[in-house]
Design a protein around this ligand. Structure first.
Ligand code: PMT
Length: 226
């Protein structure tokens, strides 16, 4: 059997949402299903890579041949990513909560007919930016995602620069995307790959086909093992 194009490589993928607790029974979350990130991890494994998949709470089976590190919060996701390094390439497909509750209540918050509680938020660490901006730990190829509801390519280009990744995969998570079931949660995606040389508009395809194509590009960018 021919070795795959990513044989000998370690590929790190993040996937899914994060859950940020408010109290022991309530949390802040988003609509990410993990389908796109899991498909990328599966495709990288089929291409012969050793794959670590750090994922938030999802209802998906573990992809074949992949080491899965399940987490709940953004802070746990950052720690699991750091523990998984070094990697040759990292793909950040997770929909990490930008904010968490400033204080997590130790007991269930009671309704008790009193005042409606205000939810104070605080910022979560940016996992992609943290790793991409750290020369000591940065994988050779860092691929971010950008989930936008307007000005998709423009905002994604700004995110690529701000977060310090090599490539960014932009997708439209608005209800207007035309993707059945939505890009968050559905089985298809339509992405724009933004690299150092420009923007490619890829056609609507299954998340698995998007993953295959992205993984082929990653293998080509890394080149053959020395
Ligand atoms: O999971 P699915 O249902 O299949 O849906 C796929 C998807 C829409 C979730 C996926 O294709 C996608 O776009 N993932 C990124 C979602 C997101 O949160 O994007 P963002 O534009 O907010 O973040 C930009 C980048 O920074 C992303 O690579 C994200 O992983 C990363 N990030 C963001 C915030 C944070 N605190 N830490 C991060 O690492």
């Amino acid at each position: 059997v021919e070795p795959g194009p990513l044989a000998g490589r370690h590929v790190l993928v993040t996937s899914g949402p994060t859950h940020e607790p408010i109290d022991p029974v309530r949390y802040i979350a988003n609509r990410s299903s993990g389908k796109q990130g899991h498909a990328i991890a599966a495709a990288a494994a089929r291409a012969g890579a050793r794959v670590t998949l750090v994922c938030g709470p999802v209802n998906l089976p573990d992809p074949a041949g992949v080491t899965v590190r399940p987490v709940e919060t953004a802070r746990q996701m950052l720690a699991a990513v750091e523990a998984a390094l070094p990697a040759d390439a990292a793909i950040f497909a997770a929909a990490v909560a930008d904010w968490r509750a400033a204080r997590e209540a130790g007991e269930k918050m009671k309704k008790d007919g009193g005042a409606i509680p205000a939810l104070a938020l605080t910022e979560n660490p940016d996992i992609l930016a943290t790793i991409a901006h750290d020369p000591a730990r940065r994988p050779r190829l860092v691929v971010g995602f950008a989930a936008e509801t307007e000005n998709v390519v423009g905002y994604a280009q700004a995110k690529r620069a701000r977060k310090g990744c090599d490539w960014i995969v932009a997708n439209d998570v608005s209800p207007r995307s035309g993707i059945v079931g939505g890009v968050m949660g559905g089985d298809e995606n339509q992405v724009h790959l933004i690299t150092e040389t420009g923007v490619e508009h890829w056609p609507t395809a299954s998340k698995s086909d998007v993953a295959e194509r992205l993984v082929a590009r990653i293998a080509a960018a890394l080149g053959p093992l020395e």
